[in-house]
Design a binder for this molecule. Structure first.
Ligand SMILES: Cc1ncc(COP(=O)(O)O)c(C=O)c1O
Length: 357
């Protein structure tokens, strides 16, 4: 019998949102909706869809391992150099590569809880120790996170906006934290929901790119760009960090279709604006309805809403029976992705029924 190292056994496998097909098979229902994985309900950009269809005939060839055209477009858009951009098979892969690159057995990485669970998985996968700092008012407590730094700390993970609470950290608190972080620590600022943020004073992580500090900003095409199924995201960091990370990046980690679709999606600003507007309108509708039912929620800067709701599993199961898939977040909260108007309405109707029961 073969056994993995102890630290691998300590990892809890990631539990994804329930797929629609699985629910319908189990309950023998149809017409269910999924508001569980923070995908863009609008779908991908039509320009991306066209490029995807046109790319099929090339897939006998390996992709461009360096992702030249996409990195070039990102560098133009973000006003950074091409060697300051790395592509990942989802931003998720870049979290893993960052952990593999900078952590060894026994090193520590500071992160918030609850936050994106992949941070602790990435850290544990290389024998590192996650140091989890509770949120304050549903938001990363950056001052407490800075206080949690020890000589063993190598990485700090910050989700801004945070998943699952949708809250942001602002400029001042972020800058105060950065002052306390020494130059031998990597600060990973995960901005998967960056394009949805509308609140004021959102921390400007990119301003540290030209400094002595070590930052890795992560963004993705899985959320507002609507390409979650293709798995493509990117990181921005100084070239020395990326040349370390590139040692551990698989040769063809992002595929041809994903690279081309992402490039087309990046240029389709109309689709991004439309998606953001639909999200904003859905958010307002849900706030109004939740208030009228008397359900507490955390105001969000992303495309999902966190509700500290008490018995989350019975709410989750009650909604499932009505064909509405959301995400329980521990025993006392749920997270619901903002959907299309008819999906939001369906969720509210189902929630009313569950609550009245
Ligand atoms: C905060 C956060 N970071 C990263 C990811 C991973 O995104 P990707 O699809 O780019 O791997 C997610 C996905 O839900 C997320 O919520």
């Amino acid at each position: 019998m073969i056994h993995p190292p102890e630290y691998v056994l300590g990892i809890q496998p990631y539990v994804p949102g329930k797929p629609i097909e699985e629910l319908e098979r189990e309950l023998g229902i149809s017409d269910s909706i999924k508001l569980a994985s923070n995908e863009n309900p609008v779908g991908p950009s039509p320009a991306a869809l066209k490029v995807i269809k046109d790319s099929f005939s090339d897939i006998n060839r390996y992709p461009d391992g360096a992702g030249y055209y996409l990195r070039k477009a990102l560098s133009d858009l973000l006003s950074v150099k091409e060697d300051e951009i790395i592509l990942g098979n989802g931003s998720n892969e870049l979290l893993d590569i960052a952990a593999k690159t900078y952590l060894k057995d026994g090193d520590e990485a500071v992160m918030a809880v609850p936050s994106f669970v992949v941070y602790s998985m990435a850290v544990q996968s290389v024998g590192g120790n996650p140091v989890q700092v509770p949120l304050k008012d549903y938001t990363h407590d950056l001052s407490a996170m800075a206080d949690a730094i020890t000589p063993k700390t190598k990485i700090i993970f910050i989700a801004n906006p945070n998943n699952p609470t949708g809250t942001i950290n602002k400029k001042d608190e972020f800058d105060r934290m950065m002052e306390k972080v020494s130059n031998d620590i990597l600060v990973v600022i995960d901005e998967a929901y960056y394009e949805y943020v509308s609140g004021p004073d959102y921390a400007d992580s990119m301003k540290y790119l030209g400094s002595e500090k070590n930052i890795l900003v992560l963004r993705t095409f899985s959320k507002i760009y609507g390409l979650a199924g293709l798995r493509i995201g990117y990181g921005i960091a100084k070239k020395e960090i990326l040349s370390d990370m590139n040692r551990l990046r698989a040769p063809f980690n992002t595929n041809t279709i994903a690279q081309r679709a992402a490039l087309a999606a990046l240029k389709d600003s109309e689709h991004v604006i439309n998606s953001r507007n639909i999200n904003e309108a859905g958010k307002k509708y849900l706030y109004r309805e939740l208030e009228s039912i008397g359900i507490k929620y955390v105001p969000t800067e992303a495309n999902f809403i966190y509700m500290p709701i008490g018995d989350s599993m019975s709410v989750y199961n009650g909604l499932l029976k009505m064909g509405v898939i959301i995400r329980p977040m521990g025993p006392k909260a749920i997270r619901v992705t903002i959907g299309l108007p008819e999906e939001n309405k369906r969720f509210i109707e189902a929630l009313k029924t569950v609550v009245s029961e």
